[in-house]
Design a protein around this ligand. Structure first.
Ligand code: GLN
Length: 305
């Protein structure tokens, strides 16, 4: 059997005993209904190979992995002007923290915490006639799956419990760093978070980040080489919120997580990997997902450091 496939199967079997050690996100009630006993892994390399293990074809709520999509769209549309409204510094705080937003006069610390992603969505809303449509189309195009859909039950559930996100948006508005109607932008943000994709879709979708910004067939340049470096750097420093240091230490790759339990990680010029298991650790990142990635980079002997 292929070496990579054998390795994924091995790691999958090793992490199964950890099921039950984390907790499924329940602050969005619809997410709490997910079966916790699921583990998926998908790897896509630059030769066009895809390897999978476990529940790699089961769709899940991408949640904050969508912040990678909104950032890429924001960089495509605004270029460097994006950074006038959002900073690029790690926050060291929880993904939904408001503390620094007030201290830093309504400029979110980075595009991967909730405040930063909301600001990016606000900017997308200013320039796109149909932002939700564009986000979905981009995910379909990048993943090659024409059937990526939004789970409206999850989006509605988040809206009903979205006081914190609304508070962030209004705080930014008070600092004149939010241009559009708050409810309209929240609607687009919840839509993006509630898109459902599986590990294979997500590993395929973000393979361009391992390929200097180009799709594998080289037909599309999604980002320039420099922008690709920038996105990977932001993932490495900010993608895992207040676990960014631990993730760098243990895994050593740029990664972006979501409270649905997914994590996308990149080995530049080599491969993309998406892992998924719904139970989270205290920082809102997939407990088993990180364990898989740690074992993966240790075994293939590659990291960005
Ligand atoms: N939709 C979630 C929220 O805003 C996304 C958080 C996450 O995945 N870390 O809280």
């Amino acid at each position: 059997m292929n070496h990579m496939q054998a390795m994924l199967d091995e790691i999958y079997n090793e992490v199964l005993p950890l099921l039950g050690e984390g907790r499924v996100a329940d602050y969005i009630p619809a997410l709490a209904k997910v079966d916790p006993n699921q583990v998926g892994i998908a790897v896509c390399d630059l030769h066009g190979n895809t390897y999978t293990a476990g529940d790699a074809n089961t769709a899940f709520s991408i949640q904050s992995i969508s912040k990678l999509l909104t950032l890429v769209l924001g960089m495509e549309i605004y270029g460097d002007a994006l950074w006038k409204c959002v900073d690029k510094e790690p926050s060291g705080q929880a993904f939904n923290s408001l503390i620094q937003l007030e201290m830093e006069h309504g400029i979110p610390r980075n595009p991967f915490i909730n405040a930063g992603a909301l600001k990016v969505c606000d900017m997308l809303y200013s320039r796109l006639a149909t932002p939700k449509q564009r986000m979905k189309e981009m995910m379909c195009k990048l993943s090659g799956n024409a059937h990526v859909t939004c789970n409206h039950t999850v989006a509605d559930s988040e809206r009903m419990h979205g006081a914190r996100s609304a508070a962030m948006a209004y705080l930014m508005k008070a600092f004149k760093n939010f241009d559009n109607d708050v409810d309209d932008v929240l609607d687009a943000y919840y839509f993006a978070c509630a898109l459902e994709m599986n590990c294979v879709d997500l590993a395929k979708a973000f393979l361009f980040l391992a390929n200097q910004g180009k799709t594998l067939d080289a037909k599309h340049t999604i980002l320039t080489t420099t922008q690709t470096k920038q996105v990977n750097a932001l993932m490495a420093t900010c993608g895992m919120y207040n676990q960014a240091g631990d993730f760098a230490y243990r895994v050593g790759l740029p990664g972006k997580s979501g409270v649905g339990g997914g994590i996308v990680a990149i080995i530049p010029n080599h491969l993309s990997i998406c892992v998924w298991s719904p139970e989270l650790n205290d920082t809102g990142n997939s407990l088993i997902g990180i364990e898989i990635l740690e074992r993966f980079t240790a075994r293939i002997g590659k990291s960005i450091y």
